[in-house]
Design a protein around this ligand. Sequence first.
Ligand code: FRU
Length: 538
Amino acid sequence: SIASERYRTAYHFQPPKNWINDPNGPMYYNGIYHSFYQYNPHGSLWGDIVWGHAVSTDLVNWIILEPAIERDTPADINGCWTGSATILPGGQPIVIYTGGDAENHQVQNIMLPKNRSDPYLREWTKVGNNPVLQLVGPGFNSSQFRDPTTGWIGPDGLWRIAIGAEVNGYGAALLYKSEDFLNWTRVDHPLYSSNASAMWECPDFFAVLPGNNGGLDLSAAIPEGAKHVLKVSLDQCDKYMIGVYDLKRDAFSPDTVLDDRRLWLKIDYGNYYASKSFFDSKNSRRVIWGWTNESDSSSDDVAKGWAGIYAIPRAIWLDSDAKQLLQWPVDEIESLRGNEINHQGLELNKGDLFEIKGIDSTQADVEIDFELTSIDDADPFEPSWLLDAEKHCREADASIRGGIGPFGLVILASDNMEEHTVVHFRVYKSQQKYMILMCSDLRRSSLRPELYTPAYGGFFEFDLEKERKISLRTLIDRSAVESFGGGGRLYIIARVYPVALVDERTHMYAFNNGSTTVKVPQLKAWSMMTAQVNVKKG
Ligand code: FRU
C-alpha cells in the first residue's frame, strides 16, 4: 500500500520485507561490514527466528543475502537467537549464538564461515558439538540464558565471554572461559550482576579510553587508563555502566553503583534496544548498532509487511571526564546528503517559529546551533526529575514557556499543525552546573489511531559557563526521527506515522518558546538520498 511505502525508511537499515529485531554479530572482516539480524522469514511479527545477513563496504548501502543460519538442528530448532562475532588470531571469524533447543531451553551454539575466501561469507556451518553451553544448577533458569557477547582475552591468555541471565531472579552477565572458543567453563562468579533488576538481555562489554574516539579492540591489549562499559537491555531500553574491569577479581566493577535502575544511563532515550557494538578496524572506532521497533499496532505491521529498522550506526566513545558515552552517526552517512540549505545569524525571540524550506522535509539531515544570549534566567533544576524524564517532557512540553527554552525543531508537521513532532531543549540551573533536558515529543505526531506516541526525554550536564552553544542534529527518515543533542551527549530515536507523510506534505520549523532570546549562528540542512538498503541482490 501507499502507507507502507511512505513509512518505509530510505536510509535506516531494513530488509525488503518481514520482521527484524536485534542486530547480531556485527563485524568488519576483509574489507566488508557484516550485519546479521534477528529475522522472521515468514512474516512481519516476531517468530521463526533465523539470522538474516547483509553486507556493505560503507555501513550505508547494503546488499541483502540469504539468511546465514536457519533453525535446522536440535540445538536451535526453536530459534536462532542473538549472538556475537569474534575474530580469532589468524583471522578466523567465529560466532556464538543462542539456540532455542527442542525442549525450549536456551543453549549456546557455535558457527563458522564455510569458506573464508568468499568475500561475503555467505554460508555458515554449525559445529558438531553444539550446544557448547547449557545452564543447569540451583538458582539458574534455562529459559533465561542468552545473548553471548563478543569474546575477549584475559591476562591468562584464555578467552572470555559474558552471557545474559537471570540468577535467583536477578539480572546477571555470567562469565565463561575457554582455551579454544569451543569448550567453555563457567567462572564461579558473574562478570557483574545486580539485584536492582531482573533478566538482562543482550549484554555488550567493551573498553574505551576517556576523551579518545579511536575505538579499542577488546581482544587486543587494553591500554593503561582504559575504562570498561557494560551495557544491558531491560525495561525496553539499553542501559549502561562505566567502570573498570578488575583483572584480579576477573570482574567488572562500576564507578558508581546505582540501586535504582531508573537512574542508569541509557544508550538512547527513545525507541532503541538490543544494541551491539564492534571494533571497526578500518576506521579505528567503535561502532554501535541498535534496533528500533515499530510504534504502531501489530495489525499495521502485518498490513505493511515489514517491521523494525536499525538506528544509523554510531561511533561511540567516552567523554573526557569518563562520566558518559558520546555518540555520533558514522561520517559515511553524509555521502547521502543532497540539496543543501544554509542560514546564518538567525535570532529566535520568545514565540518565534522559523520555517526551514528548500529541502525534502521527509528525508533530511538538519544541524542547528542554538546560542544562548544569556544564562541568567535558567529555571531551577529538581533532582527528582531524573527518575522520570518522560514525565517531565509531558508536563513541561513545548507549549510551556520557560526561562530558557523550550527551543528546538518542529518536524513532520501538517499544513495546519494538527500533526507535528517536536524535538526540543530546556535549560536548568543546578547547584554547580547546568542540566539540559532534551525531549522528542510524539504525542501529536499523527492523527492515526492505535499508535504509541510518548514524549521521550533525558537530561545531560552541560558546561554553559564555557560553551554557550547547544547543538542539535536530527536525521528525519520518513517514519524515523533520530536526534543527537549537545554534540552527541544525548540521543533519541523515535518512530512516527503522520498522515501528512502519506500525502508527502510536511513542514519543518526552528522555534523558541522560552523567555530568553536564542541565536542561531548556523543552520544547515540537507535532503537525504535513498540508500541501497532495500535491494535484494546476489
Ligand atoms: C532481545 C531478545 C533476545 C533474544 C532475541 C530473540 O530483543 O529477546 O534476548 O535472543 O531477542 O529474538
